[in-house]
Design a protein around this ligand. Structure first.
Ligand SMILES: NC(=O)c1ccc[n+]([C@@H]2O[C@H](COP(=O)([O-])OP(=O)(O)OC[C@H]3O[C@@H](n4cnc5c(N)ncnc54)[C@H](OP(=O)(O)O)[C@@H]3O)[C@@H](O)[C@H]2O)c1
Length: 333
């Protein structure tokens, strides 16, 4: 089958468009004919070798962390899905490979695709949707009446997270630039900070939760926005020791991550705030709940551009500008 492949890690290195063997589904797997694949910063970071220690893949590796398609075959223990089902997923981190014609995934990682979405729209959802879910619902336990700051509201994670936080009944503040103010308002943001004109930490205070997806400077400034007892949850680092343990990293890596997050954890603790890093996981059950929210019109996909399969390297270059609004997807068939 045709696929986009990492032969060796290289910063900004182009993926090779070549032939790879078709995956063979195991007993608990579904084999999915891929129609569309979402493009994520994670793809670029894996290609660049930034995740070598956390995700030690064997090369050559088919890249791609978001998929929508049709089940063509199922393993003998699969009960929930059948050939012909339209599905979507963020495959398990050890079994990625969405930039290809076929992928085998554990049934537990897969959900039925929202009926009201095209394949391209569906492929835009899993990774960012699960990230927002795992930050806001699972970890923060965000409740009605609470206040949350979602950084980079116009990005892939942000556009989903704003809508989810509004659905949970929170007051939502977000940061973006002038060109995207209308977009984030249309998603439900209550307070919009244009980061080019205002410092968010001078405007916001008494927040319960901050979802950080930006750099260290934003992370540190976010502390002053939170009230005592608040939660600073970062998806862009630094990783902490709890994550290292969850990821079954060895003792040495655990100490590295303890060190990397030492500064922000200490500053947070002194302010009575908890700091944690979250790395999203595949989860078909949560994705099924997301399907319901999309089918009932509570959450909609925000699409920036769809690239043809052959232009997957261009799609990666496009998201690497850091300026995309919502999601970028490649149409595989
Ligand atoms: N840990 C995890 O599990 C996990 C999961 C998903 C993503 N991530 C990480 O989270 C980060 C964000 O991911 P994403 O997919 O949402 O990114 P994205 O879609 O590429 O984000 C692009 C958006 O960020 C906005 N932006 C850039 N600089 C900004 C700033 N200083 N303040 C406010 N907005 C800014 C841009 O808006 P303007 O053009 O208006 O600036 C643009 O719309 C990435 O580093 C990604 O790797 C981690």
């Amino acid at each position: 089958m045709k696929a986009f492949i990492v032969d060796r890690y290289k910063k900004k290195g182009a993926l090779r468009f070549g032939e790879m063997p078709e995956p063979e589904p195991g007993d608990n797997d579904v084999l999915v004919e891929i129609h569309a694949a979402g493009v994520n910063m994670l793809d670029s970071k894996i290609r660049d070798g930034e995740f070598k220690l956390i995700l030690p893949y064997r090369l050559p590796l088919i890249l791609g962390n978001d998929v929508a398609g049709v089940v063509v075959r199922v393993g003998r223990k699969v009960r929930r899905l059948k050939p012909g089902d339209e599905v979507y997923a963020r495959p398990h981190q050890d079994r990625i490979g969405a930039f290809a014609e076929l992928i085998a995934m554990n049934e537990a990682d897969v959900a039925l695709k929202p009926k009201n979405l095209t394949m391209e729209e569906a492929a835009s959802i899993p990774l960012v949707g699960l990230t927002a879910w795992q930050v806001l619902v699972e970890r923060a336990r965000l409740k009605k009446g609470q206040k949350v700051l979602i950084h980079a509201g116009s990005g892939g994670v942000g556009t989903f997270a704003i809508q989810l936080a509004k659905h949970l009944g929170a007051t939502v503040a977000t940061t973006t630039s002038s060109v995207n103010v209308d977009l984030v308002k249309s998603l439900g943001a209550d307070v919009v900070i244009d980061y080019k004109k205002q410092d968010f930490e001078k405007v916001l205070s008494g927040y319960d939760v901050v979802l950080n997806s930006l750099g260290t400077d934003t992370l540190e400034r976010s502390l002053t926005v939170l009230k005592a007892g608040g939660q600073l949850i970062s998806i862009s680092g630094p990783p902490d020791v709890a994550f290292a343990k969850e990821n079954r990293s060895n003792w040495f890596l655990q100490q590295v991550m303890r060190l990397l997050s030492f500064g922000i954890s200490r500053k947070a603790r002194r302010a009575g705030i908890s700091y944690s890093f979250l790395f999203m996981r595949a989860n078909g059950e949560q994705l099924g709940l997301i399907t319901s929210l999309i089918e009932s019109g509570i959450i909609r996909p925000v699409m920036d551009r769809v690239f043809p399969f052959e232009a997957t390297n261009d799609a990666l270059a496009y998201i690497e500008t850091g300026r995309s609004k919502g999601k970028v997807v490649v149409k595989v068939r």
